[in-house]
Write a protein that binds this ligand. Structure first.
Ligand code: ADP
Length: 465
């Protein structure tokens, strides 16, 4: 594996998972083996020690029955039965003098500890494991008193026990290595399998970044976590696509709405150049251009206001004022327009309602709703502005019995530049409701509409007190 490939592999989550998996496995199996091994070791040694103590008991009996001579004979006989390299006996006096010994050739130099003899003579048998230097094995050795001032040293090679434990250790090492390698492979496989679905998400993202905007992650037949990731990713893409589409439409609408007045301005100027124009014509043309420019400036200012309040940078002032007064002023402003159209404009507010908030913004919201209500009413229609306290909120209703809004248009009327087919004959840029919504929401409120085509609409603004 090249260095680059290794660095890439080393950084993958599946590799890390495999290593972690194998590491945890190695640690737990080592721990389990150690406990198991320690237990087996102490059980085996316990058995050996029992044998040693039994033997000492037997020798005590021999000494009682047959004296030191009998002990010597028994020592020789047992070594002969077992083989001199398997067991040995030595007999000491209390002061450490060697009284008798079996063949010690296979055992090499085995030091005699006067402390052990002393402890044994006081009735405390001492059992120890000592190394047999010449044989690479250990022996278990007991020092115990078998009679007054008579200490027996009895040793037994641990070859069988050690071979048994070594075989056990070797078996564990082989098993450990095999299962460790297997656990790395299984961990790697499982990690890769689990993360292969993440790869699908990555591939989809890659394809989308290359232009396939309609691609989505296939979320069928996947584990729950990955499915949730895929679903979230897909819904995020849908959201982005809606936003992109909205921006595109907005661009188209802005371009469209700016193009018509600009074309008119250009046409007027062109006509003024082409024909013999009197100063009166020039004045009229300038007045027309000013009017068109005002319309354009208003569109641009409204757009800026909407954006500012949508992104939350617009300042919201808080002053206390009488809502009845504000509503009455708004009705006064729109009464000429209503009269001109033959629409009755009414206000329904009882007493004076004090409100703390942004007066100017509320005024613009109500103005836009009133203007629409009048605009989209037929002569003889009726528009009512009412205000009331609804729970802890202020509620404003602008009701008309005009043309109403078709169901298909209702989800879009608050979008910038949206105008329904029926409203094309009326003046407007399609920004009034967007502004009303942006301002209402910036003030912490909400705006809703209930409408029946042919019967009229009710726009409701709810604001916190
Ligand atoms: P504009 O009035 O300039 O077209 P608005 O944003 O104020 O833009 O309104 C968007 C659209 O919502 C209008 O074009 C119209 O179709 C619809 N609308 C708004 N208010 C009413 C109403 N009171 N009655 C019927 N339709 C309405």
């Amino acid at each position: 594996m090249s260095l680059k490939k290794w660095t890439e592999t080393k950084d993958t989550l599946s590799f890390r998972l495999a290593v972690l998996y194998a590491g945890i496995f190695a640690l737990t199996s080592l721990l389990a083996f150690s406990i198991f091994y320690y237990r087996i070791h102490s059980l085996t040694m316990g058995q050996v020690d029992e044998e040693l103590l039994e033997e000492v008991g037997e020798f005590s009996q021999v000494h009682i029955g047959e004296g030191i001579k009998g002990v010597r004979e028994e020592m020789a006989q047992e070594v002969q039965e077992e083989a001199p390299d398997q067991i040995f006996f030595r007999l000491f006096s209390e002061d450490g003098k060697l009284l008798a010994s079996t063949d010690m050739t296979p055992w090499g130099e085995l030091p005699v500890s006067s402390a052990d003899i002393m402890s044994a003579s006081m009735g405390d048998p001492v059992i120890k494991t000592v190394k047999i230097l010449s044989r690479g094995h250990h022996a278990r050795v007991i020092h115990a008193a078998i009679g007054p001032e008579l200490i027996l040293q009895f040793g037994m090679v641990l070859e069988d026990v050690e071979d048994y434990l070594a075989a056990f250790r070797n078996l564990f090492i082989i098993l450990f290595v095999a299962v460790f390698v297997l656990s790395i492979l299984i961990g790697g496989f499982m990690g890769r399998k689990a993360l292969s679905d993440v790869g699908k998400v990555t591939n989809t993202a890659r394809e989308i970044s290359k232009g396939a905007h309609d691609r989505r992650v296939d979320v069928s037949r996947q584990y729950r976590e990955i499915r949730e990731l895929g679903e979230t990713f897909n819904s995020m893409l849908d959201e982005i696509q809606v936003l992109i589409r909205g921006m595109k439409e907005l661009n188209d609408n802005v371009a469209h709405d700016l193009r018509s007045p600009l074309t008119r301005i250009r046409g007027a100027a062109e006509r003024a150049i082409m024909k013999d124009t009197s100063s009166q014509d020039f004045r009229e043309m300038a007045a027309g251009i000013i009017e068109e420019s005002d319309g354009l400036i208003e569109i641009i200012n409204t757009m800026l206001d909407i954006t500012e309040s949508e992104v939350g940078v617009m300042e919201i002032s808080r002053t206390e004022f009488d809502v009845t007064r504000l509503a009455a002023d708004a009705c006064e402003i729109y009464r000429p327009l209503a009269d001109e159209k033959g629409v009755t404009l009414r206000m329904e507010i009882q007493g004076s309602l004090m409100f703390t908030g942004d007066r100017k913004k509320l005024q613009r919201v109500l103005a836009n709703l009133l203007e629409n209500a009048i605009k989209y009413s037929d002569p003889g229609g009726e528009v009512t502005l009412s205000a009331s306290l609804d729970g802890g909120m202020f509620r404003f209703d602008v009701r008309d019995n005009g043309i109403g809004i078709p169901e298909g248009d209702r989800p879009h009327i608050f979008d910038r530049f949206y105008r329904s087919e029926e409203s094309r004959f009326e003046a407007g840029a399609g920004l009034g409701l967007s502004l009303a919504k942006a301002f209402t929401e910036a003030m912490g409120g909400a705006i809703t509409v209930v409408s029946t085509p042919g019967s009229g609409s009710v726009f409701t603004v709810v604001l916190p007190r």
